[in-house]
Design a protein around this ligand. Structure first.
Ligand code: FDA
Length: 308
């Protein structure tokens, strides 16, 4: 119930304006977000990669409503990629991209605009010597995102995509994307979705996650196991052994600020461990989804507001 309320709030303009102008404690945002500027992104990336972790950077923004904003977000990625290359960080860091932030939701030719912007970002990533992974948003965008993935992969075969285990369609999508060279980031899913398309019960979502993992680990692509769930991480490790996968032929991924000790433990055990690091001014939607995932985060958030 609380999760639904927070996820609804993540889409509310009124709440967004209220919370963004509220004196939210910096420490709450800072726990999950690297900072607001590209300098912050570079600084945090350097700290994490120095510790043996890999990074994927997300320039925060979603639901872009005009072309100018879409192009500005594209340009922010171009700057980020150039800065990563100049800092010599592209071996350990790639970027994650929300297509809605670069125009996908614009009326009319939104999909085309997002595809063109994503293409330019992929060109910059190739020049910088790194990769791009497409985030997955609510289920109304899945077909469009997978269509753009197919288009981009013609010229940039290393472009990855996220699939969400809570969607009933995802096992079939995993089968489609389990081919050689394919990079799939499997997560549980973070949006409020109807029962017609998504499992509602958390155990059902976990079971779906395991079925999807089996397909990806048994396939020929590169699975990216994006979860903080200790049981699923253990199962992923067991499946890697069962399917004869060596360390480095798959990777684990977690969000910045979540289970940081586990991140370091996995990296210390020789696993590829990538941290998803968001940065930028538009932290509201991202933060609300993180609060929805865990009531303890909400308590932390409210405490820090009260203690100001
Ligand atoms: P679950 O929510 O069951 O959490 C398991 C345990 O992990 C919890 O008991 C707690 O200990 C810890 N934990 C989880 N979330 C926490 C939090 N916010 N704060 C503190 N502790 C927490 N979703 C999506 O719809 N589209 C996308 O593109 C992406 N991309 C993405 C990339 C990466 C790298 C990750 C790790 C996740 C995403 N997600 C996502 C988010 C994902 O769908 C999901 O909402 C979160 O990862 C939480 O689910 P878990 O699998 O961690 O399990």
């Amino acid at each position: 119930m609380l999760r639904r309320v927070l996820l609804a709030a993540s889409r509310s303009e009124k709440m967004k304006n209220a919370i963004e102008t509220w004196p939210v404690s910096r420490s709450v945002v800072r726990r999950f977000v690297a900072g607001t500027s590209v300098d912050d992104a570079i600084r945090v990336t350097r700290l994490l990669t120095n510790d043996g972790l890999l990074v994927t950077l997300d320039h925060l923004g979603e639901d872009t409503l005009d072309r100018q904003q879409a192009d500005a977000t594209r340009d922010a990625y171009l700057v980020l990629l150039q800065r990563l290359a100049e800092a010599g960080l592209t071996e350990g860091a790639e970027v994650s991209l929300k297509l809605s932030a670069i125009g996908q939701a614009l009326p009319g030719d939104g999909e085309k605009i997002a595809c063109e912007n994503a293409y330019k970002i992929c060109e910059a990533a190739r020049a910088a010597g790194t990769t791009v992974t497409l985030d997955m948003e609510d289920h109304t965008t899945t077909d469009s995102t997978l269509a753009i993935l197919r288009e981009l992969r013609r010229d940039f075969p290393w472009v990855g995509a996220v699939l969400q285990a809570y969607l009933k369609r995802t096992e079939a999508d995993c089968r489609d994307l389990a081919y050689e060279g394919s990079r799939v980031r499997l997560c549980k899913g973070a949006y409020a979705e109807p029962a017609s398309v998504a499992y509602q019960d958390e155990h059902e979502v976990d079971r779906s996650y395991v079925r999807c993992l089996k397909i990806l680990m048994g396939g020929r692509g590169y699975p990216m196991v994006a979860t903080h769930d200790p049981r699923l991480i253990e199962i992923a490790g067991a499946l890697a052994v069962q399917f004869g996968r060596d360390q480095g032929t798959y990777e684990y991924q977690m969000l910045y600020g979540v289970r940081t000790e586990a991140q370091r433990r996995l990296a210390g055990a020789g696993e590829r461990m990538r941290v998803y690091v968001p940065y930028g001014q538009q932290w509201y939607g991202y933060l609300m989804r993180r609060l929805a995932e865990r009531p303890a985060n909400l308590a932390f958030f409210l405490r820090s507001l009260a203690s100001r």
